[in-house]
Design a protein around this ligand. Structure first.
Ligand code: BGC
Length: 430
């Protein structure tokens, strides 16, 4: 059987973006401040990004023309609530227009309410370690759902709720930061940015009007206390969504490596799976689906987390090129007994032919899972557009669509046509 006849009717075929990475000028967010603080570890600021705030209509039309039937994007809290307790009707209007455009083009919107960025004012109030933050997130969710709920069939409350836990462990093994600060995200190299990580953090704290030890942006929340708050924020948001529109399907998304156990690594592998996945399940018990996000595998041996084997192909991010990881992760997540949506899967590469091969192999894995009656409802590729890859700036290329940032011209890559064709043929049942 060929690939395009093998997926169930109604399967969601999508691509994803996140507001801060594509919209441009998210000036009221904590990340904007971090990008611009003296000694920043960011390779470059997000700036105009892909100007998607203005060009969303063309971009959604392109996705539709390619054959997709779903689009995952995020609503930006920093725009919707520019000051604590004050809601911007204009920002909500914008997202109403984005949602209406999706519906007009027959695209199912999958909305993320929090994708790493937070309003800058939240940092002054204790960020993601303040006991009040779950209630504030709930209030923002209520504001969104009140205005837009009837247009939103799917919500991912919090993107990669477990990301800080994942980064913490990667750091411990990779020793990625130069000054020993265990809060530093992976790959951050203060030396490359010409300043020390600690000095930059101090500058961020000053700009965000909070003491350094109270600076708790979302990516720096790996403590148990913060993780408890994140789970609480999710549960409150889910309940708010359900009471506004019971039909809206709600889930959280989790960053999940395919954890592979080698002899001697059994205990650590079990610990990692627990802290990255199983410990979230109680908070997701009343959810409709789990959002699965996967990029590679992690091999665990007697010595701990193992580095890539010599000579393996890697992506621009340094991860092993290993599309079969998605299948491994789906099989683990299936233990939760919930529908799954692959809300992110992809790779960064300049060689688009490697992207086509990656997608083909990842989908073959999804197909094997479906054959085994695992409940996968959709596949969303990260990302629709080449975009702002956080501290790494615009160099990593994850997109199905290339963006010339000088002109904001888009150019669809072969991989975009490839995945779009699979989507279209499946939808038509060909
Ligand atoms: C995030 C995206 C990011 C992608 C690629 C995920 O962790 O949700 O924002 O761009 O991975 O690194």
């Amino acid at each position: 059987m060929s690939m395009h006849t093998e997926f169930p009717a109604g399967f969601l075929w999508g691509t994803a973006t996140a507001a801060h990475q594509v919209e441009g000028n998210n000036i009221n967010s904590d990340f904007w401040v971090m990008e611009h603080a003296p000694g920043t570890i960011f390779q470059e600021p997000s700036g105009d990004a892909c100007d998607h705030y203005r060009l969303y209509c063309d971009d959604i039309q392109t996705l539709k023309d390619l054959g997709f039937n779903a689009y995952r994007f995020s609503i930006e809290w920093a725009r919707v609530e520019p000051a604590d307790g004050s809601i911007s009707k204009a920002a909500l209007r914008h997202y109403a227009d984005v949602l209406a455009t999706c519906h007009e083009y027959g695209i199912t919107p999958i909305v993320t309410l929090h994708h790493f960025t937070s309003p800058r004012w939240l940092m002054k109030l204790g960020g993601w370690e303040s006991a009040e933050t779950p209630k504030r997130f709930e209030a923002y969710t209520q504001a969104v759902m009140r205005e837009l709920g009837s247009l939103i069939p799917y919500v991912c409350t919090i993107n990669e709720a477990n990301i800080a836990v994942l980064l913490r462990r990667m750091n411990m093994n990779a020793g990625a930061q130069s000054d020993g600060d265990s809060q530093a995200p992976i790959g951050v190299n203060a030396d490359s940015a010409g300043g020390s990580f600690a000095a930059w953090m101090q500058a961020c704290a000053q700009e965000l009007n909070t003491p350094l030890d109270k600076l708790k942006t979302f990516l720096f929340t790996s403590t148990d206390a913060a993780q408890t708050l994140i789970r609480d924020a999710h549960a409150r948001a889910r309940d708010a969504i359900k009471s506004a529109n019971p039909a809206t399907q709600v889930g959280i998304t989790l960053a999940l490596n395919d954890v592979q156990t080698l002899p001697g690594g059994e205990a650590l592998a079990a610990t990692i799976k627990d802290e990255q996945f199983f410990s979230y399940l109680p908070a997701c018990a009343d959810d409709d689906f789990i959002g699965v996000q996967n990029y590679s595998r992690q091999r665990i041996g007697a010595e701990g987390v193992l580095p890539n084997e010599a000579g393996v192909e890697t992506t621009q991010m340094g991860y092993e090129y290993y599309p079969e990881a998605l299948e491994g992760v789906i099989r683990m997540v299936a233990a939760a007994g919930k529908p799954m949506i692959i809300t992110e899967n992809g790779l960064s590469t300049e060689d688009d032919s490697r992207r086509v091969a990656f997608i083909q192999r990842a989908l073959a894995g999804v197909r094997r899972c479906l054959d085994d009656r695992l409940d996968v409802r959709g596949y969303v590729y990260w990302s629709a557009l080449d975009n702002f890859e956080w501290v790494f700036g615009y160099r990593p290329k994850f997109g199905l669509i290339d963006v010339d940032r000088a002109t904001q011209q888009r150019r669809v890559k072969e991989s975009g046509r490839y995945l779009g064709n699979i989507a279209r043929r499946n939808a038509l049942g060909e």
